[in-house]
Design a protein around this ligand. Structure first.
Ligand code: SF4
Length: 609
């Protein structure tokens, strides 16, 4: 097979079985590969009765069909499972060298089921796969564990969990060779439930593409576009727009906080940073991190007020392997519950206050499951179930995942897509490959041009491009999601300065040149739609309803009051969702119709729903 490594590795930690099987070429094509293929495997392998932390749950690692080639910024490994945090689909991705190592070891996908009797780690070196004892690193933080494993697995890429994942905190992350992380929705918790401390992987085989000359020409063109992007400098300096919030100026970041940028393998943008505090209380504190600017927002509701507090807090989160946004959201919830006499000082154990120090204290309690931390370990949903459903008004979440964006009253593809995303709180899967990626600020001509570039018929374009903001946001989101899911399934990073230098036509040409299977733009877009429907079907199988596509009670969104697009009214959220479902060919409850599933070749799902 070209592009693909050609095999899936299946590991059962209960029995110790390790088996590889040939990748089904037909399935790979139908679901593009990577995230798309993993979504289908998750749908097939995870039963509705499977509890997220039971041995039967499956953790799936997958790489895109172009990962490991010369395609720029194509370094993503996607992890898919059933989320302990939401009960719905868990999917998260991280970059750097992991995808290349997996592909070069010979695997497009890795599925892990079962539960080891004692802590173990998985060591993959090409065809040599070992389940090894991890007793000596269990209980250690992520950085120490990575350093120790590197002595036993030299040159291997190491994904590992920290004490948070071991102690089954529902929103634990997986740290990747101390460089980036798989966050949100609890992939690290699923690893912990399997007594799996780490995965170390090294591959030495290469990947061949079907038409090297054509492929090189296309990738060169793509790379040149990224390098010429006007925001490259800002991304390298501080990871893109930072917003200059009080206490977090980008000038101070450059002067005091950061040593230098660095990149995932094969990425010309280099948005990541080596942090090195030059002065202040944490002088000398150093680590690598992706998109520090975003963490200002992610931790915002917890209240770190300056770079010193944030840098120290992120260190604590990474060492313990715990997700930032949910932790911050829970601290904000405790403060509001206390202020509104829903929880007393004695119930919490202290008077909760915002700030970096308070966040660090809550992390310690949560990871050890001590005091209020025992409830916090269950996530936002655990609090609402324990304290009462009215207390949800003090939380801000989408599908029980901490909010990615501070949403304003003006709706856009980001804000609606963040709700409709099957994982919840993931706006990067509604990136329009133009300018900043969001519909906000785009001209009517740009939105119309985007619809035309997707090959929409004029009647479709008219339907999508009608409405007060010159477009119907619910209808537009459907098409942006299909495009984004096709793009992400190929393995690319979704940062705006990457995404806006390619389009559907070029993506399909890249796929064809790499894989050797003719993939027209229309076929690729339909595959993106197919993948999205599979992710949605997973959630429906797990009991999701229309209400799960609405914001939480604590969100600032009025559900029935008219919302605005570009300054004009666009109907209530309920109306926007109706339009979105209609555009998707789903019924008003958000369930794909049989006709739609049959068109997409998803008859198996049609029979299930
Ligand atoms: S843009 Fe940043 S996160 Fe994306 S591939 Fe490049 S370095 Fe990695």
């Amino acid at each position: 097979m070209y592009g693909f490594a050609g095999k899936t590795l299946n590991v059962n930690l209960t029995t110790g079985s390790v088996k590889s099987e040939l990748l089904d070429e037909h399935l790979a094509e139908k679901f593009i590969g990577g995230m798309g293929l993993a979504g289908w495997l998750a749908y097939k392998l995870i039963d509705r009765r499977t509890a997220p932390l039971s041995p039967e749950n499956t953790l799936i690692l997958s790489t895109g069909p172009l990962a490991g080639t010369l395609a720029p910024a194509c370094s993503r490994v996607h992890i898919t499972s059933r989320s302990p945090n939401s009960g719905f689909i868990c999917y998260t991705n991280a970059g750097h060298s992991a995808a290349l190592m997996m592909k070069y070891a010979g695997y497009d996908c890795l599925t892990i089921t079962g539960r080891a009797e004692n802590p173990v780690y998985l060591k993959i070196t090409d065809d040599d796969v070992e389940i090894r004892d991890a007793g000596h690193i269990w209980g250690r933080d992520t950085w120490e564990s990575t350093d120790l494993l590197r002595k036993e697995a030299e040159d291997h890429w190491i994904d590992c969990i920290g004490p948070s994942g071991e102690n089954l905190v529902n929103y634990s992350i997986i740290l990747c060779s101390k460089r980036s992380s798989y966050n949100k929705t609890g992939a690290g918790t699923v690893m912990g439930s399997k007594n799996l401390k780490a995965i170390a992987v090294k591959g030495t085989k290469g990947i061949k593409v079907a038409d090297p000359e054509r492929f090189q020409k296309l990738t060169d063109e793509f790379t040149r576009g990224i390098v010429s992007d006007s925001e490259v400098k800002a991304y390298r300096a501080y990871g893109g727009s930072m917003g200059n919030r009080p206490g977090f100026s980008s000038d101070e970041f450059v002067a005091r906080v950061v040593e230098r940028p660095y990149a995932c393998l094969g990425c010309p943008l280099a948005c990541k940073h080596l942090i090195n505090m030059k002065d202040g209380p944490y002088r000398g504190l150093t680590y690598r991190i992706s998109h520090m600017g975003a963490l200002i927002g992610h931790n915002g509701s917890g209240g770190p007020e300056n770079w010193d507090e944030l840098v120290k807090l992120v260190e604590k989160e990474n060492l313990n392997g715990i997700e930032a946004t949910v932790t911050a959201g829970i601290l904000g919830y405790l403060v509001k519950c206390y202020q509104n006499s829903v929880l007393s000082e004695s119930e919490i154990g202290y008077i909760p206050r915002k700030g970096g120090e308070a966040m660090r204290r809550l992390i310690e309690q949560t990871v050890r499951r001590e005091g209020i931390g025992a409830t916090a370990a269950g996530g936002m949903r655990a609090f609402v179930e324990k304290i009462g459903e009215d207390s949800e008004m003090y939380l801000n979440h989408e599908k029980w995942v901490g909010r990615q964006l501070a949403l304003a009253n003006e709706v856009s593809t980001y804000s609606i897509g963040s709700l409709t995303n099957p994982r919840g709180a993931k706006a990067e899967f509604v990136h329009i490959p133009i300018r900043g990626g969001d519909s906000k600020g785009l001209t009517p001509e740009e939105i119309r041009g985007f619809c035309v570039s997707l090959g929409l018929q004029m009647s479709d374009v008219s339907r999508v491009c009608s409405g007060p903001g010159t477009f119907n946001v619910g209808r537009l989101v459907k098409w942006v999601e299909d495009y984004s899911f096709a793009y992400a399934s190929m393995g690319f990073c979704s940062r705006e300065p990457i995404m806006r230098h390619i389009n559907l036509e070029k993506l399909s040409q890249l796929y064809t040149a790499a894989i050797g299977i003719e993939m027209s733009p229309a076929k690729l877009l339909e595959a993106g739609e197919r993948v999205f429907n599979v992710f949605k079907a997973f959630n429906l199988k797990m009991g999701a309803t229309r209400i799960d596509d609405m914001p939480s009670r604590g969100a600032v969104w009025p559900r029935e009051k008219p919302l605005t697009v570009a300054g004009e009214e666009d109907g209530s959220l309920a109306q926007i969702l109706n339009d979105y479902y209609d555009e998707r060919g789903w019924n008003p409850d958000g369930i794909p119709t049989k006709t739609k599933l049959d068109i997409l070749g998803l008859q198996e799902i049609s029979a299930d729903l």
